[in-house]
Design a binder for this molecule. Structure first.
Ligand code: SF4
Length: 273
């Protein structure tokens, strides 16, 4: 890992993440996936929004963009459209991508543009002080819901699939090897890829909801995640209260930048106005 740190991280320590935060594990998984695929570092771009997880773009030694809150996907879309040969990876949090950036999220998925989105889901807005997000479980305590939130959370893989994403997966900070594997599969997939990385925020989510320290929160991930293959042999009763990890959806559909090249550039070359 030391070699990977030297190769893929800027010498920009200390980082801002709290002790026990899962963001480092998820960012490490992205780097391992990039290394596993042997991607050209100069042809790989990392785009983030705003939030604790989105600080990853500042630490990674690639061409990076730390964009405005919720705007990682339109920025990444612009990068990919202007130079389709680039590998474009988006790092974003649950609030960044499904609240402020929710509209961008569903339309990027609908276009099936070849971006890989790694959504760090810590169930809370960490950087701004523990407000609830669209992925916060019902009845959780947050600074904006002192008696518990009444809203139902999105199932973000289902949302991505319904919007048109052609690769959808989920893993956790505890299931790190699987996380590396599904991120690598998402990068290799030719279309819009969404990887939800369930991770722990022991400071705001953990403290407000009395979920315990970081190891306790990771044990919760271990005990509540069920691999999608194992789930096929389980009863609804056995799956109650659990969530699925692994590749949840994969399909084929035309990729946006290729269609753009074929349609717009071909017509421009013919002199069409
Ligand atoms: S506030 Fe939460 S998500 Fe943000 S760095 Fe601290 S532990 Fe991580």
């Amino acid at each position: 890992m030391e070699k990977l740190v030297e190769k893929y991280f800027r010498p920009r320590l200390p980082h801002i993440w709290c002790p026990g935060c899962g963001n480092g594990i998820v960012t490490g998984a992205i780097v391992k996936a990039i290394d596993k695929l042997g991607l050209n570092q100069d042809e790989t771009v990392i785009v983030s929004g705003i939030g604790c997880s989105s600080r990853a773009s500042g630490y990674l030694n690639f061409d990076t963009v730390h964009s405005a809150h919720g705007r990682a996907l339109p920025v990444a879309t612009g990068v990919k459209l202007s130079e389709p040969r680039l590998n474009v990876i988006v790092v974003t949090g649950d609030g960044d991508s499904t609240a402020i950036g929710g509209n961008h999220f569903i339309h990027a998925a609908r276009r099936n543009i070849n971006l890989t989105v790694v959504l760090y889901n810590n169930n809370i807005y960490g950087m701004t002080g523990g407000q609830y997000s669209p992925l916060t479980p019902s009845h959780s305590i947050a600074t904006t819901a002192p008696y518990g939130t009444l809203e139902r959370p999105f199932d973000v893989p289902e949302l991505a699939k319904a919007a048109g994403a052609t690769f959808v997966a989920r893993s956790t900070a505890f299931h790190t090897q699987l996380l590396v594997d599904v991120i690598a599969q998402g990068i290799a997939h030719d279309g819009f890829s969404l990887i939800e990385a369930v991770t722990q925020c022991p400071i705001y989510n953990g403290r407000q909801n009395k979920l315990g320290d970081a190891p306790t929160m990771m044990k919760w991930q271990r005990d509540h995640a069920v691999n999608v293959e194992a789930a096929k042999k389980m009863t609804p009763e056995q799956l109650a209260g659990k969530f699925l990890i692994g590749v949840l959806h994969k399909s084929e559909a035309p990729e946006y930048t290729k269609q753009y090249d074929d349609l717009v550039i071909a017509n421009a070359q013919k002199g069409a106005k």
